[in-house]
Design a protein around this ligand. Structure first.
Ligand code: FDA
Length: 325
């Protein structure tokens, strides 16, 4: 259940001036331009982090907008190569047109994944709300069937369907399955998703276990202590961890500049000390860096979709020691 405090923060935020929202979102969004993301990568490369870049924006209203996203991601791809960053791309399928013209949307995604493949770069299809879960998973399956293995999706621990999605993907993609597992940011209907905090944690942890057992590459995307603790114990149980080769006999080959079968992933601006301590322990740790002109819409929409973020953002500002960037 969403508390009164979160709701109040959200109600206040949508009435706040744009400059204030920008000031608040500054720690979570690199800035409006690609150069802003490049500056952050230069700075955080010194920590030993790797990155995934997200051009802000999602559901669009015309295919012209999809062209903008395609072209902007091509610029990102070039910049990553030019600067030799240890980075890959995270895209929202709806921003490529999936909900307007499924065929053209898929073609846009295909062209980007092909271009990335030429540079051995990985493309992650972010997972949006339940309207596109099946389409997003199917997009990955068909690209793999075409021989494009440098693509994978995100699965959400809060959805009831996720364990069976993992089983099905294991059958179809075998050792080439490559996931990001997260709790899921969208508040989904209760008949398809867990709602309680502990149930969501348990659901996410069960997915981590299933993915590791299936031999998949697992990007563990969380800032939550119980999930990180569980993931570390599960990795240990599989003989996986910093500095070790992936010992699972059903694992795929190392590829796309990835870690030994797993990595941790965190959002820019969230729980920096935790990220640095994972890095210090030797875990490959990726920072998700959003940038783009749509930073305002992104910030407001995230808050409206899941008001508990409002509490976290307020906590980060009122009690900065709980969440340093
Ligand atoms: P939880 O929300 O319990 O957070 C744990 C603690 O971390 C909080 O108590 C707070 O201190 C801090 N924290 C977390 N988020 C914060 C914030 N925004 N501001 C300040 N502090 C914060 N979801 C999805 O549906 N599809 C997707 O494709 C992705 N992709 C993705 C990539 C990466 C790299 C990450 C880390 C997350 C996602 N997510 C996502 C979001 C994910 O589903 C989830 O909503 C958030 O990560 C928050 O869940 P936690 O596991 O961090 O726990």
């Amino acid at each position: 259940m969403v508390g009164w405090f979160s709701k109040t923060v959200v109600a206040m935020t949508v009435r706040m001036p744009r400059w204030f929202v920008r000031w608040v979102s500054r720690r979570y969004v690199a800035g409006p331009h690609l150069d802003d993301a490049i500056s952050i990568m230069k700075r955080l490369s010194k920590e030993g982090s790797c990155f995934t870049i997200d051009v802000l924006g999602e559901e669009i209203s015309s295919m012209e907008e999809a062209t903008y996203f395609f072209e902007e991601y091509m610029r990102v791809l070039q910049a990553i190569n030019e600067h030799q960053f240890d980075a890959n791309l995270s895209i929202k399928p709806t921003a490529f047109g999936l909900l307007i013209d499924a065929e053209k949307g898929m073609e846009n995604i295909r062209q980007l994944v092909k271009a990335a493949n030429k540079h051995d770069m990985f493309v992650r299809l972010d997972m949006e709300d339940h309207r596109v879960t099946t389409d997003t998973i199917n997009a990955v399956k068909s690209l793999h069937a075409e021989g494009l293995l440098n693509v994978g999706t995100v699965l959400q621990g809060r959805l009831h369907r996720t364990l069976s999605d993992i089983d099905q993907l294991e059958t179809e993609l075998g050792p080439n399955a490559d996931y990001r597992i997260c709790k899921g940011i969208y508040l989904e209907p209760e008949d398809i998703a867990f709602a309680g905090r502990q149930d969501i944690i348990d659901g996410t942890n069960a997915c981590i276990d299933r993915m590791l057992a299936a031999g998949a590459y697992v990007g563990i995307a969380t800032h939550d202590v119980p999930v990180i603790k569980h993931a570390k114990a599960a990795l240990e149980a599989h003989g996986m961890g910093p500095g070790r080769q992936d010992p699972r006999n059903n694992a795929g080959p190392a590829r796309h500049h990835k870690g030994p079968g797993y990595e941790f992933q965190m959002l820019l601006g969230v729980r920096g000390p935790m990220r640095r301590s994972l890095l210090a322990e030797g875990h490959r740790t990726r920072v998700y860096i959003p940038y783009g002109e749509k930073w305002y819409e992104y910030s407001i929409r995230r808050l409206q979709e899941n008001p508990t973020i409002g509490t976290q953002v307020a906590k980060a500002f009122l009690m900065p020691w709980t969440n340093r960037p």
